[in-house]
Structure formats: C-alpha cells, structure tokens
Write a protein that binds this ligand. Structure first.
Ligand SMILES: Nc1ncnc2c1ncn2[C@@H]1O[C@H](COP(=O)(O)OP(=O)(O)OP(=O)(O)O)[C@@H](O)[C@H]1O
Ligand SMILES: [Mg+2]
Length: 280
C-alpha cells in the first residue's frame, strides 16, 4: 500500500464509526428566509445524498452563507422545512446534531472567543461549542494536536486565536471542523486568506479526504470555479436568493448560467477535469 493509500485509509477509518450516516444528508424544502423586512432566500429546495459533493456558487449577496447558516441551524427559516442527517429541525437536539456537522466560515470565526488558544478552539469542535467550557481529556488534547498538525498549524497551537493571521485562523477552523469526524462538512470560502502553497496543499488534502470510502459529504462555497475539483460532482448556483441552476456539474457550469449569475458576459471553459471562467 502506498503512503497516500495508507493516509486515505487512515482518514477513512477516522470517518467510519458514525451512526449519523444516512442516505439523505440534507433535505431543504421550500425555504424562505426573511430578515429586517428583506427576503434573503426564496423557495429553496435542495436534497443532498450520501456520496455527493457539492459546490455552491453565486455573486456576493446572493444568499450562500445565509443558506449554510440555515443548514447548520444558526438561522431559522421563515418558511419551509430543514432535515439534516435524518433529523428534522424543530424536533431534534441541535447541539448534539452539530457535533456531526463540520463548518468553516467567517460567520463562525466571528463567534469564537479570540482570547482562547488555537488548540482550545480546535478542541471546542468536540462539543460544537463556541469556546471550550470543560476540561478535555488527554486523548482529546492529542487528537486536537493531530488535527492541527494535519492542517500544518501545529506551531500556532498555543497562540491566541485573535492574534493569528487570516490564513492561520482558517487552518484552525478547518482543523476544528474535522476533529469530530463529521458526516457533513460545510466549507464557506475555505481558501480565503490561504497563501498559494497553503491553498494547493489544502485542496489536495480535501481531495484525498473526499476520496475516502466513508468521507463526509462536502459542500464548498467558492468564487473561484477553478477550485471546483474533479471530486465535486454537483453544483448549485444562487441568484438574488433563488436557485438559478442546480444539478450535475457539467450541466450547471455553463457560460450561460454563470453569465446570468454574475450579470456579466463570461466564458466558461473546461480543460481536462478543471473549469475556468473569464469575462468576455
Ligand atoms: N440579518 C440580516 N438582515 C438583513 N439582511 C441580511 C441579514 N443577513 C444577511 N442579509 C443580507 O442577505 C444577503 C445575502 O447575504 P449572504 O451573506 O447570505 O450572501 P453571500 O452569498 O454569502 O455573499 P458573499 O459571496 O459576499 O459571501 C446580503 O445582501 C446580506 O446583506
Ligand atoms: Mg458568504
């Protein structure tokens, strides 16, 4: 077995023991989301099945982060139903469920205590809490260090979260998101602030994780379609809070759809397995 296969196998074992594995991972039905007299999301239905990986695209302000906050239960829809990992929101223990959902987002970063050390932030992922509110075991501490090492951030472990650079904080959030072997991993612009080498390393790690037999279902928000790797097989595009297009990647990533999404004439090209976009 090559070292890459071995690593993939080890990752697969980390994600294997999980009774939150379901066939349907996310089921949103007719979601409407209003805040402060504004309609932010309109009539969104989205089903994500096991073995699917999705990219969520859309212009600034199109509603991507709002939709992810609804999936993670940090926002409540005005209308519609949310079911994640077989649990219906409103009828389940959200705090328990969140332990099975890894989430990386600026929206999350702002909720975490900036005076906590990086390793404590990572360990808070065990309880999916916004800070560490209990003594952790030695085993948990070691797992937190391992997760930091996996993200190449072991050297930041004792530093306060608030003083870390944007890219360092992003690695800490990813380490936190992975620590609980989530069944669903939601990454809202995960490459923001990563330097080019860190970005390539992170995308490679993500690709290896996605190729594990019992990898979490991954949903990635990005503005850079070249980051949509071959393992991402489905894409949803939002425009003004509505679904503009959703389905298999090759049907959705078209010149027409992305030009409409961005209100600008764009050209989408495919080279090998990668997609590229440029303004016309
Ligand atoms: N609590 C709120 N009250 C009023 N408007 C809100 C609220 N939360 C979000 N919005 C608005 O909803 C819209 C969608 O925001 P959201 O953060 O979901 O967009 P996004 O697609 O993630 O954008 P970006 O690509 O810039 O991250 C924005 O115009 C935002 O200003
Ligand atoms: Mg956003």
């Amino acid at each position: 077995m090559s070292s890459t296969d071995l690593e993939a196998e080890m990752l697969s074992c980390r994600f294997a023991d999980n009774n939150y594995l379901m066939k349907t991972i996310v089921k949103l039905k007719n979601i409407r989301f209003e805040r402060n007299d504004r309609t932010i999301l309109k009539d969104i239905s989205w089903t994500i099945e096991q073995n699917q990986h999705w990219a969520l695209l859309g212009a600034n302000g199109s509603g991507k982060t709002s939709l992810l906050k609804i999936i993670t239960g940090y926002e409540w829809p005005t209308e519609g139903s949310v079911q994640v990992l077989g649990r219906r929101y409103g009828k389940c223990n959200l705090r328990e469920l969140r332990k099975h959902i890894g989430w990386v987002s600026i929206a999350l970063e702002n909720k975490l205590p900036e005076n906590d050390s990086a390793v404590d932030i990572v360990a808070s992922g065990f309880d999916a809490s916004m800070g560490l509110f209990r003594d952790i075991t030695e085993n948990e501490l070691n797992l937190a260090y391992d997760s930091l090492a996996m993200m190449n951030a072991r050297n930041c472990s004792e530093q306060k979260f608030g003083i870390l650079s944007q890219g360092e904080r992003q690695r800490i959030l990813i380490a936190r998101a992975l620590i609980n072997r989530p069944s669903l991993l939601i990454l809202d612009e995960p490459c923001v602030g990563l330097d080019p080498a860190a970005k390539v390393r992170f995308l490679d790690d993500l690709s290896r994780l996605a190729s594990c037999s019992s990898a979490p279902v991954i949903v990635v928000v990005t503005h850079h379609i070249e980051e949509i790797d071959s393992w991402i097989n489905f894409v949803m595009v939002l425009k003004n809070g509505e679904v503009l297009s959703s389905g298999l990647k090759n049907k959705v990533l078209t010149t027409d759809t992305l030009s409409r999404a961005l209100d600008m004439d764009m050209l989408v090209e495919k080279e090998g397995l990668k997609y590229y976009i440029k303004p016309l």
